[in-house]
Design a protein around this ligand. Structure first.
Ligand SMILES: Cc1cc2nc3c(=O)[nH]c(=O)nc-3n(C[C@H](O)[C@H](O)[C@H](O)COP(=O)(O)OP(=O)(O)OC[C@H]3O[C@@H](n4cnc5c(N)ncnc54)[C@H](O)[C@@H]3O)c2cc1C
Length: 483
């Protein structure tokens, strides 16, 4: 089977919604990949950052190619929950929500323990609304209202209409097709070529053989994080030992070493974020906790233990001191109905395998969860009365006390902390240029997205990861196009 044909089959399999014609036109001929080639810009990785960088470099008139090591495109972006933060008066005014760039900046800076690079964070914040509008203009659809995602700290989170990150990848790859940008799958970049101090191309492994591609303007690294490299994560932060990861198997982080070999400065690799996810041996990722308004967390004793609207690191530490570090995220009918279709599906499949539970009464739910009924009932009753009084003994904010847990069926998922996001990586400046150990830009080398560091400090705000990837993808694409 030809390279072109096998790519098509795999790509279509993973992106059901994507038109087949789009992929046929996008993939370059087998000869081109077999002989190597010459481009103005080479982008490594086909997630949010890489596809965005490719689009903006092409819009500056550059000949661009994207290399993707996996058989399918999209990386963690594809399987992400797809939630994007942006101040958005258009939606927020209708819901009576006040927001501003200053509030967004201050909340993100504080949540990251004031360790973010303020220039980079400020760029992300200022570009949040324009990025949302750009995505909408090219065809990404979002739900009507905003909400507060888990660890998101404010109701400015946008939920895509198509569950998870599939809508972004379908739309962005279509934009690449329109611009004749080839996306080569099964092509792993394993070396950056540097001549006279400038990065001028890449070495790629395709079917075990080396191909060389030149990049006249430069190379954008958009290869994502390293959460799937468990040994590296455990070594960098021994507290994570024994945890599973929530993401795609592509996130192994070898581009970090390759960039370092080319002179890049790496920083804060030990800053690794945890999120609620399945335990070792469990398969189905629950989305019950995503909409903070609609869920509560209880431990194995059926007791609440934390304000669920806290920053992610605060919740992580609270979960770590619960019995066996096992907790349950709990919603009612409204919370379930509000979920994306893939999360609903995961819940149904999870129930079959004893990882998720649903019941028409709290008593039945408690029995299935194997937690003491009276404790669970008290937890839910206390929470529901906090919604009435707008005062929660765990300190949940007033605006997160809106939805009671009262309508059957009731749902719960057994979850633990899992490795989710890497805040450390390649150091960049405001033009997305990669910096060397003396903080000088490396000529011809750019980076964007989760492979970089600086935006999130010690703790990423939920919904800021995709935003970072889109914003700096654009900046990298525009910068590399200017020779
Ligand atoms: C389960 C989950 C849910 C999430 N939900 C959200 C959310 O709702 N909102 C949010 O803001 N953030 C979320 N995140 C984080 C967000 O998904 C990521 O931060 C974002 O997708 C990163 O985009 P990226 O383009 O930098 O990397 P990716 O999307 O991971 O893309 C990187 C690509 O580079 C490829 N690659 C790597 N090395 C090479 C190489 N050597 N050669 C060629 N290709 C290579 C990879 O295979 C991959 O396809 C979530 C993360 C996970 C794991």
């Amino acid at each position: 089977m030809s390279f072109r044909r096998s790519f098509l089959i795999r790509a279509v399999g993973s992106l059901i919604l994507f038109p087949i014609a789009a992929f046929t036109k996008k993939v370059k001929s087998a000869e081109e990949i077999n002989t190597g080639g010459c481009y103005d810009v080479i982008v490594i990785g086909s997630g949010a950052a890489g596809l965005t960088a490719a689009i903006f470099a092409a819009d500056k008139g550059k000949k661009v190619a994207v290399f993707e090591k996996m058989p399918v495109i999209g990386g963690n972006t594809l399987i992400s929950s797809g939630i994007l933060n942006a101040p958005d008066p258009h939606r927020q005014d209708l819901q009576g929500i006040q927001d501003s760039e200053d509030l967004f900046f201050n909340q993100s800076f504080q949540a990251g323990h004031f360790k973010s690079n303020p220039q980079l964070l400020s760029l992300m914040v200022k570009n949040a609304n324009p990025t949302l509008r750009w995505l909408e203009s090219i065809g990404v659809k979002f739900k009507k209202g905003v909400f507060q995602v888990y660890g998101g700290l404010w109701p400015r989170s946008h939920y895509p209409s198509i569950s998870h990150g599939r809508g972004y990848v379908a739309v962005l790859s279509e934009q690449c097709r329109i611009r004749n940008i080839p996306i080569y799958t099964n092509c792993e970049v394993y070396e950056l070529i540097k001549k006279n101090g400038k990065v001028s191309g890449v070495k790629v492994l395709y079917k075990g053989e080396e191909r060389i591609f030149n990049a006249q303007n430069g190379v954008v690294i958009a290869s994502g994080g390293f959460t799937a490299n468990l040994n590296k994560c455990y070594k960098l932060d021994p507290n994570l030992h024994g945890m599973k990861y929530t993401g795609a198997p592509s996130a192994t982080g070898e581009m970090l070493d390759i960039a370092e070999k080319a002179g890049a400065q790496l920083k804060d690799l030990e800053e690794i974020q945890c999120n609620l996810g399945p335990d070792i041996g469990y398969k189905h990722r629950s989305g019950f906790h995503l909409d903070v308004t609609r869920h509560i967390l209880v431990n194995k004793l059926g007791n609440r233990f934390v304000a669920e609207d806290n920053a992610r690191d605060v919740i992580r530490d609270a979960v770590f001191i619960q019995p066996e570090r096992i907790v349950f995220s709990l919603v009612d009918k409204g919370g379930f109905q509000n979920l994306g279709s893939l999360f609903q599906q995961a819940s149904i499949l999870g129930e079959r395998e004893g990882e998720h539970y649903s019941a028409l009464t709290i008593e039945e739910l408690a029995r299935k969860m194997k937690v003491p009924y009276q404790n669970l009932k008290n937890s839910i009753d206390h929470y529901n009365s906090a919604v009435d009084t707008k005062k929660d003994s765990f300190g949940r904010e007033r605006w997160m006390l809106q939805e009671k847990i009262q309508n059957p069926p009731f749902y719960a998922a057994r979850v633990k902390m899992a490795i989710h996001y890497t805040m450390g990586g390649i150091v960049i400046n405001e033009k997305a240029q990669v910096l060397d150990k003396n903080n000088e830009p490396i000529s011809g080398l750019y980076a964007a997205g989760e492979v970089t560091t600086g935006v999130h400090g010690k703790n990423r705000v939920g919904g800021n990861g995709l935003l970072d990837a889109f914003v700096f993808g654009r900046i990298a694409g525009e910068s590399v196009a200017v020779k």
